[in-house]
Design a binder for this molecule. Structure first.
Ligand SMILES: Cc1cc2nc3c(=O)[nH]c(=O)nc-3n(C[C@H](O)[C@H](O)[C@H](O)COP(=O)(O)OP(=O)(O)OC[C@H]3O[C@@H](n4cnc5c(N)ncnc54)[C@H](O)[C@@H]3O)c2cc1C
Length: 536
């Protein structure tokens, strides 16, 4: 607990201001890991007596971390205000139809690639980004389009537990701290309105992406035409940045069957059928790489190791990769794709191992080229800086810049402090995103909010809609609520007479539990099931 709080501040030993930063520097920061980090911080603040009953709390940023912390503190009865500079919750990602989001894929091989989350609130399942956002918003409010509709007889939506609605269009920055009263003063950047609080959680995410001053650059979360382009020919594509942002865009262009990222999960599943590239082998490679401090040496080590794995992949994985790769005619690929990275190889330890494995395959098959260079831009256009030489890119080239944020935590930390926070948050590895508190910790005993542990039937009923969508989308089956032999609630997945029957082996692949509720797979449709068609 102490560690969670220590890693949430740039200088915990010397600076005891009650301001905590949830991210953005932990390794492999993702939707779910930020939710867990937020829960860990809230739990630790309560357990370490760093928050008092009548404290005023401010949360800055209504992304995944901010909304989770807001829910956790509100359910505990604290007076907490959520400030968001945008016009709503999760607006950044809401329209990203081209991105696929998964709870744990970035953490594989260390974590299982689960397709559903198991959180006290704001559960979701792996899907296209807008589906994930919709799942989150539906738990926030009964009807995101009609936010005023609340049912006091059945409080299940987070908004029914909050002291105030979020303050949108509020770009908050730190103003000052009074050590005597222990009050932090925040100020709204545009209006100058001030807010004095006892505790601040800063959940402002990564910050504005670096676009090298090119307003034509498409931000990561905005829809683009990359997949359409990959089906055409003659494009010269330069993707700069070998973190997950750059690698994913490179893979979207390289693998026809990338399915926005869902393909990575299919590959993990195929690898699980036994091959040299098993989880244990990959884990040892990652651990060995973690011990190499020189980043360039580390990238070269990872390149060698991943390359050596490829010939030993099992047959089904090899076939899957070969089928999914963009086709070439007469031995040539239709488009030229160059990946630019700052080290000798595009294998940065912060990027997800599965993405690196796919890039290693694309490099082996010459579907992409890698150039160790620095991409930049001046009045004459984009250029690569290679060994001190400037090489201008052809004017018609499609350039995608994935260099990460320009400046994180602006308005809260200066560069030096941000560096310290980065150091602190990267030190503990990924531990901060692991569940340190049980889910029911966040739902007080007398709360009306459905808790899996205290009122499993109501919880299962509340999650049924989400489970139904997940099973239908992924496995082509319907889901109803049921009870097991001991009378405990369960979901039952079944083939419906009203839909084309999914093959039984497809339903079999569904997980054994969803959102913590057991799932029974009912393979053969029965007469009773025929009448049970219909969404919850
Ligand atoms: C290029 C890129 C690709 C990614 N791809 C994936 C992926 O595929 N899967 C995945 O799980 N994760 C992915 N992530 C990570 C994912 O974006 C984060 O894990 C998640 O969004 C972090 O949640 P958060 O709440 O910390 O920050 P955010 O979701 O970024 O939310 C921060 C919020 O704070 C607001 N804000 C910022 N400054 C202020 C201020 N001063 N005052 C008020 N409000 C403010 C912002 O408007 C925003 O709404 C990616 C990140 C990047 C940068």
């Amino acid at each position: 607990m102490e560690l969670h709080l220590k890693y949430a501040r740039p200088n915990a030993e010397k600076d005891d201001r009650p301001i905590y930063y949830i991210g953005p520097f932990g390794s492999r920061v993702s939707f779910q890991s930020q939710q867990r980090r937020a829960l860990n911080i809230v739990g630790s603040l309560i357990e370490m007596n760093q928050i008092e009953d009548d404290d005023e709390v401010a949360i800055i940023g209504a992304g995944l971390a901010g909304m989770t912390a807001f829910a956790a503190l509100s359910l505990q009865g604290y007076s907490v205000k959520l400030y968001e500079k945008g016009s709503g919750i999760l607006t950044l990602q809401a329209l990203s139809r081209h991105r696929y989001i998964h709870p744990t894929v970035n953490f594989w091989p260390h974590a299982n690639p689960e397709r559903t989350t198991n959180l006290p609130f704001f559960d979701w399942y792996s899907s296209d980004c807008p589906n994930v956002i919709e799942a989150l918003l539906r738990q926030w409010d009964e009807d995101p389009n009609e936010p005023s509709r609340k049912d006091p007889m059945d409080p299940k939506y987070i908004q029914q537990f909050t002291v105030s609605d979020p303050y949108f269009n509020h770009h908050m920055i730190f103003s000052d701290y009074d050590a005597e009263t222990r009050k932090v003063c925040l100020v709204e950047k545009n209006s100058g309105v001030r807010a004095e609080v006892n505790l601040v959680l800063v959940t402002v995410g990564f910050g504005v992406e670096d676009n090298l001053g090119d307003l034509g650059q498409n931000p990561y979360w905005r829809d683009d035409a990359l997949v359409d382009m990959s089906r055409q020919s003659g494009h010269d594509v330069i993707i700069s940045g070998a973190g997950d942002g750059g690698l994913i865009d490179c893979l979207r262009f390289t693998f026809e069957g990338f399915k926005k990222g869902d393909f990575a999960l299919d590959v993990i599943e195929a690898l699980g059928k036994g091959s040299y590239a098993s989880r244990e082998n990959l884990k040892s490679i990652e651990e060995a790489a973690g011990k190499i401090s020189n980043e360039d040496e580390r990238a070269k080590f990872l390149e060698r190791s991943y390359k050596s794995i490829l010939p030993k992949l099992n047959r089904s994985t090899k076939e899957m990769l070969s089928r999914a790769l963009v086709k070439r005619s007469s031995g040539k690929y239709a488009n030229r794709i160059r990946l630019i990275g700052q080290y000798s190889a595009p294998f940065e330890i912060g990027a997800a191992p599965i993405n690196r494995l796919l890039v290693a395959y694309a490099l082996q098959e010459n579907a992409i080229e890698f150039i160790n260079a620095k991409l930049d831009r001046d009045g004459d256009g984009y250029f690569l800086c290679i060994d001190g030489r400037k090489e201008y890119l052809e004017k018609g080239a499609k350039v995608i810049v994935r260099h990460g944020p320009r400046k994180a935590l602006e308005g809260f930390l200066d560069d030096e402090e941000a560096k310290k926070l980065r150091f602190a948050q990267q030190a503990p590895g990924d531990f901060a995103s692991e569940g340190s508190f049980q889910n029911h910790y966040f739902i007080p005993e007398r709360s009306e909010y459905p808790s899996l542990d205290r009122d499993p039937a109501r919880f299962a009923e509340f999650r049924h809609g989400l489970a139904y969508k997940f099973i239908l989308e992924r496995y082509g089956a319907l889901t109803k609520l049921g009870v097991d032999e001991q009378g405990r609630p369960e979901f039952v997945a079944y083939a419906s007479a009203g839909l084309p029957h999914p093959p039984p082996e497809k339903i079999e692949k569904a997980p054994d539990s969803i959102f913590g509720v057991p799932l029974r797979k009912h393979i053969e449709p029965t007469k009773a099931d025929k009448s049970a068609v219909g969404a919850p």
